[in-house]
Design a protein around this ligand. Structure first.
Ligand code: CLF
Ligand code: SF4
Length: 495
C-alpha cells in the first residue's frame, strides 16, 4: 500500500504550511517514476496535456490539486435563459451566475493577486458570469490584459453563451486564452425557444424560434472558429427534464463533430426562491441518478466532464470548496504585489505526489478490470478534501465524490453535495437524513473517520460506511474494497 506523503495532506489543508511546502519542494530530486509528467494519459498529445494538466475543469485528475477563481467583471448579458435570474444573490448559494459583488478590472486585478499570494493551488482565472464575457467584451479584455502582466503563467478561461463569441475569437487567440466554454443547450431552435425567451442581437431583440435559431447558428460558428484555431473548447449543457434531456444526445453528436474537447452535462438548478422562470413555473431539475443515466448514455460520444461543481461566478479555491468570502473587496489591501514563491513551491510538491498517485491509480484500475465479474458494479462515495485521497471526516464533508468500479475499471462519475452533518462536534439527525437522501444508489461510503451513530444510521439505510481506508489514494481504497466485495485477491495486486 502507498504510504501517504504527509506533505501532500498538509499542503492541501488550510491554511497552507508554506515552510513545509518549501522544504518538501527542496528535498530530493524528481525520480522518473514519480515525476508529474508521468501522469500524461497515453492517448493524449503532449501539447494538449501541457495545456490541460493544471486546469481543474479540463482535467479530472488535476481537480484534486489545482484551484480556479472567477472574477465577476462582465455583468451585461445579451440573452435571457429561463434558468437565470441575475438579480438573485446569496453568499450561501452556489450555482453559476450567482455573485456577491461585481468588480472593475482594477479591483479584479487586486483580488487575483491577493488570492494567488494566499492560495498556491491557483492555476486558472475564469470569467464566468453573471453576464456574458464576450458581450461585455471590453471589461473581459481589460481584466485579462492587466492580470496576465502580473501573473504570466495563470491560465485564462472564459465561459460564454456564444452569441457574441464569433466577434472575438481572433482576439481570444491573440490574448492566449486557451480554454473557452460555450453553454449549448440545444441544436434544434424549436427546443431552444422553450429555454430562451429572447436574445439581443444586431441592435434589437429577437424572440421565440427565430431567436433560438440565431443563437444556435452563432454557437456553432463560434465553436468551429475556436477549433480551427486550436483553442480547447468545453461545452456546458443544462439538463432540463422534459425539455432537452433526450435532445442532449443530439447536442453531444453536433459538438463532437465540430471539435469540442469536453462535454459537461449539468443538472438544472431550479428553486422558486431563486425567482427564475423555471423556478417559478415548477420546472424540476433531474435527480442525481437521472443525470448519471444520461451521462452513461453519452459515453462514446464527445468526451464527458463529470466533475463540474456548478461554481458560483465569484468562486475561489479547489472545485467543491468556495473560499470567495475570504477575499471580498473590503478585505483586500489597497496595494498588492504578486509573490510567485508559494505557487512555485506547491507545483513542485504536486508534480511528485501526482506521479505517485497516477501509478497507484493505474495499478488499482488494472487489478479491478482483471478480476471484474459479470454485473460486479460498485458505486462508492468518497469524502476527500483534495490530493486524491480518502482524507475527510464524514461529518465535515460538504460533498462526496462518486466513483464506479466495474469491468471498465474505476471511473469518476460525479459528486453529491450535502450539508455537513457535524456542526461543532455533534451531528444533527435532520441533516443526516438529507445526507442519506443525497447518497441515493451509493453502496459504500469511504471517509477518514466516522462515528458509530451516523455509521449505524447509514447501515439502516442500506449504505456501508467505513474509515478503514483513511488516507489511502481513492483508487487504491476502491480497488481493495472491490476485491473484498467481488474480486479475487486484488488487495495483493494494489498493495
Ligand atoms: Fe471557471 Fe468554467 Fe473556466 Fe472552470 S468553472 S470558467 S472552465 S475555470 Fe469548472 Fe466550475 Fe463547472 Fe465551470 S467546475 S462551473 S466547468
Ligand atoms: Fe444568465 Fe448566463 Fe443565461 Fe446570461 S447567458 S441569462 S448570465 S445564464
Amino acid at each position: 500500500m502507498n504510504q501517504p506523503l504527509m506533505i501532500s495532506l498538509d499542503s492541501l489543508a488550510q491554511p497552507i504550511d508554506f515552510a513545509a511546502l518549501e522544504a518538501a519542494a527542496k528535498s530530493g530530486g524528481c525520480a522518473s517514476s514519480s515525476c508529474g509528467s508521468s501522469a500524461k494519459p497515453d492517448d493524449m498529445d503532449a501539447d494538449v496535456w501541457e495545456r490541460i494538466k493544471d486546469h481543474p475543469c479540463y482535467s479530472e485528475e488535476a481537480h484534486h490539486y489545482f484551484a480556479r477563481m472567477h472574477v465577476a467583471v462582465a455583468p451585461a448579458c445579451n440573452i435571457q435563459c429561463h434558468y437565470c435570474n441575475r438579480k438573485y444573490d446569496c453568499a450561501n448559494e452556489s450555482r453559476p451566475g450567482v455573485v456577491s459583488e461585481k468588480l472593475t478590472p482594477d479591483q479584479a486585478r487586486r483580488k487575483v493577486i491577493a488570492v494567488a499570494n494566499e492560495v498556491p493551488q491557483l492555476s486558472v482565472l475564469g470569467i464566468a458570469g453573471p453576464g456574458d464575457a464576450c458581450y461585455d467584451w471590453n471589461k473581459t479584455r481589460a481584466t485579462f490584459d492587466e492580470i496576465s502582466k502580473d501573473i504570466p503563467d495563470i491560465k485564462l478561461c472564459i465561459s460564454t453563451n456564444g452569441l457574441a463569441l464569433p466577434d472575438h475569437v481572433d482576439e481570444l487567440a491573440a490574448m492566449n486564452v486557451d480554454h473557452v466554454t460555450i453553454t449549448i443547450n440545444m441544436v434544434d431552435p424549436e427546443i431552444g425557444a422553450k429555454i430562451y425567451p429572447w436574445i439581443f442581437y444586431q441592435h434589437r431583440r429577437w424572440h421565440g424560434v427565430e431567436a433560438a435559431r440565431i443563437l444556435h447558428e452563432r454557437q456553432m460558428l463560434g465553436l468551429e472558429m475556436l477549433t480551427a484555431r486550436g483553442i480547447l473548447t468545453k461545452i456546458n449543457s443544462v439538463m432540463i427534464p422534459g425539455v432537452n434531456d433526450e435532445h442532449l444526445i443530439e447536442v453531444n453528436r453536433w459538438v463532437k463533430a465540430r471539435g469540442a474537447f469536453l462535454h459537461n452535462v449539468m443538472p438544472l438548478i431550479s428553486d422558486p426562491a431563486h425567482g427564475t422562470h423555471y423556478g417559478l413555473t415548477g420546472q424540476r431539475g433531474p435527480t442525481a441518478m437521472e443525470l448519471k443515466a444520461l451521462q452513461d448514455r453519452l459515453e462514446g460520444g464527445a468526451k464527458l466532464m463529470r466533475h463540474c461543481r456548478q461554481c458560483r461566478a465569484d468562486a475561489v479555491g479547489l472545485l467543491g470548496e468556495d473560499r470567495g468570502q475570504e477575499f471580498t473587496l473590503d478585505q483586500l489591501p489597497e496595494a498588492v504585489a504578486y509573490d510567485p514563491a508559494k505557487r512555485a513551491a506547491y507545483r513542485e510538491v504536486v508534480a511528485r505526489e501526482r506521479g505517485d498517485h497516477v501509478a497507484a491509480k493505474q495499478s488499482a484500475v488494472a487489478a479491478v478490470k482483471d478480476s471484474a465479474q459479470e454485473g460486479g458494479t460498485l458505486l462508492v462515495a468518497v469524502a476527500t478534501k483534495g490530493g486524491g485521497r480518502v482524507n475527510e471526516h464524514f461529518g465535515h464533508a460538504r460533498e462526496f465524490q462518486v466513483y464506479e468500479a466495474s469491468a471498465k475499471g474505476i471511473v469518476f462519475v460525479g459528486h453529491r453535495k450535502v450539508d455537513n452533518y457535524c456542526m461543532g462536534g455533534f451531528g444533527e439527525d435532520a441533516t443526516l437524513d438529507g445526507v442519506i437522501a443525497a447518497l441515493e444508489g451509493i453502496a459504500v461510503v469511504l471517509c477518514a473517520k466516522i462515528g458509530d451513530c451516523p455509521q449505524d444510521m447509514l447501515t439502516a439505510a442500506g449504505i456501508t460506511a467505513t474509515d478503514r481506508y483513511a488516507l489511502d489514494y481513492i483508487e487504491t481504497a476502491i480497488g481493495a474494497l472491490y476485491a473484498a466485495t467481488f474480486g479475487r485477491a486484488i488487495e495483493q495486486a494494489v498493495a
